[in-house]
Design a protein around this ligand. Structure first.
Ligand code: FAD
Length: 427
């Protein structure tokens, strides 16, 4: 079967790989010249298998005014004139209840663990180079009440196979000595030894290079999908880069841009772009390398994540509902630099240009559950909406999708991820 995968972010690249493994002929297209150059490019780099609790959480109700009006808040809501923002927010608020969070966390943990197994299996055969580090992760709290809440979450998640420990500040510093020079007054943290990190675009490029050895694979870069030909029962062809590509099946993996494409074929997707930023600190001298963490760190009150990528440290944060606004405000870069100076004062920070300031749009569903599977448009499949966890969930989502196309039973239940599950109940 010939399958055309639209979008070569981490979701599209992994989908193409899994379909190629099943013996299909695969064409992977992207508007950019290289794979992994959209939101997959500068993300937080954490493979965050045990931290999947959604943004839609009951605490949102009490923090609403803070999110709307405080310049200190790491989550910002700026009302726009776009009705899609209001529709998404209403669905999001409907998901902010304890039962939904519980369900979503269980569904995402299953997908995340499946994803971890897939990545391990694939990489055992391919030996891809992407600054992969099985580093473990510390989620750090300054607020004792927050740490107590985390303890309940750790107990809850233990039932589903998460091995996590709640530790005091000194024990956290013993695990990651680089935190010892931090200027924050830590209450403690949650340590998860099994968490990993890796460079997402390097992974995408390496996987595409590996696929290029297969005559059944074609990567078409600089090819924006901008027109479709439909026929009864589905899509016939997509026009990209001046070429009409006919295929038996199409898989939509355009990240936050999927909404626009879906609209062309009469499909409404419950996706909204959640903007975020990162900087990448080159650890140029020995002192900076020694002062930077090896273990991935999340500073929970600032919502800033840190991940070691070889001789670099990725620092990422902020969640903004501001529509598709492509600017990188100085304030956002300063916040990340400030976080870095507070936590790891021994790391030299060069000028802003050397930190490669970046922004991206998390393709988020209101509940945080991605959409993986067939769509109401005959031969069009969906693999999108992984939100803040696209790198983490990519390999598992790709394997689920390939199982659905093959009509195989997946090792995990795919029902919660199907488009049909969005009947107003799941968002
Ligand atoms: C600040 C930040 C930090 C994050 N940190 C983490 C993290 O630590 N761990 C984690 O798991 N996830 C993280 N994420 C989320 C993760 O980066 C995303 O979920 C993931 O990259 C989404 O991948 P994607 O393939 O769906 O989208 P994208 O990577 O955006 O890929 C979509 C592709 O479609 C292409 N495209 C768009 N329109 C068209 C068109 N019409 N025709 C052809 N091509 C088109 C684009 O060029 C792009 O390459 C973070 C995100 C942000 C913003």
């Amino acid at each position: 079967m010939h399958i055309c995968v639209l979008g070569a972010g981490v979701i599209g690249v992994t989908t193409a790989y899994r379909l190629l493994q099943d013996g299909h002929q695969v064409t992977l297209i992207d508007a950019r010249g290289e794979p992994g150059a959209g939101t997959s490019l500068g993300n937080g780099a954490q493979l965050s298998y045990s931290y999947v609790a959604p943004l839609a959480d009951p605490s949102v109700w009490s923090k609403w005014a803070y999110y709307m009006f405080s310049s200190e808040s790491p989550l910002t809501i700026k009302p726009t004139l776009d009705p899609a923002q209001y529709r998404w927010l209403i669905q999001f608020l409907r998901c902010c209840n304890a039962e939904r969070v519980r369900r979503t966390t269980i569904d995402l943990l299953q997908l995340a663990f499946f994803s971890r197994d897939q990545l391990k299996q694939w990489n055992a055969g391919l030996d891809l180079q992407f600054d992969y580090l099985a580093s473990g992760k510390l989620v750090m709290f300054t607020d004792p009440a927050g740490l107590e809440g985390a303890r309940k979450q750790v107990l809850f998640q233990a039932q589903f196979g998460c091995e996590q420990q709640v530790l005091d500040a000194a024990s956290c510093i013993a695990i990651e000595p680089a935190l010892g020079r931090s200027q924050r007054d830590w209450a403690g943290g949650v340590y998860t030894p099994s968490e990993e990190a890796g460079d997402c675009p390097q992974f995408c490029r390496a996987l595409v290079r590996a696929m290029q050895a297969d005559a059944n694979f074609r990567f078409l870069g600089n090819a924006r999908a901008d027109a479709v030909r439909s026929e009864a029962g589905g899509l016939r062809a997509v026009q990209a880069g001046g070429e009409w590509i006919a295929a038996d099946r199409f898989v939509l993996c355009l990240g936050a841009d999927s909404v626009e494409f879906a609209r062309r074929v009469g499909l409404t997707l419950p996706l909204y772009p959640l903007k975020g930023y990162s900087i990448t600190v080159p650890l140029q001298d020995e002192a900076s390398r020694a002062a930077a963490p090896q273990v991935s760190i999340t500073d929970i009150s600032r919502k800033i994540v840190y991940a070691r990528l070889g001789q670099r440290l990725r620092v990422a944060g902020r969640i903004e509902l501001v529509g598709r606004d492509d600017c990188i405000p100085q304030r956002a870069v300063q916040e990340l630099k400030h976080g870095m100076r507070e936590l790891f004062p021994g790391c030299a920070l060069g000028d802003d240009a050397s930190l490669s300031p970046w922004h991206g749009f998390r393709p988020a569903t209101p509940s945080g559950v991605p959409i993986v599977g067939p769509s109401p448009v005959g031969n069009l499949y969906l693999n999108l909406g992984q939100g803040a966890l696209g790198w983490t969930l990519a390999c598992g989502s790709a394997a689920l999708l390939a199982d659905q196309i093959a009509g195989r039973k997946s090792p995990i239940d795919d029902t919660p991820f199907r488009y049909a599950a969005r009947d107003g109940r799941r968002g």
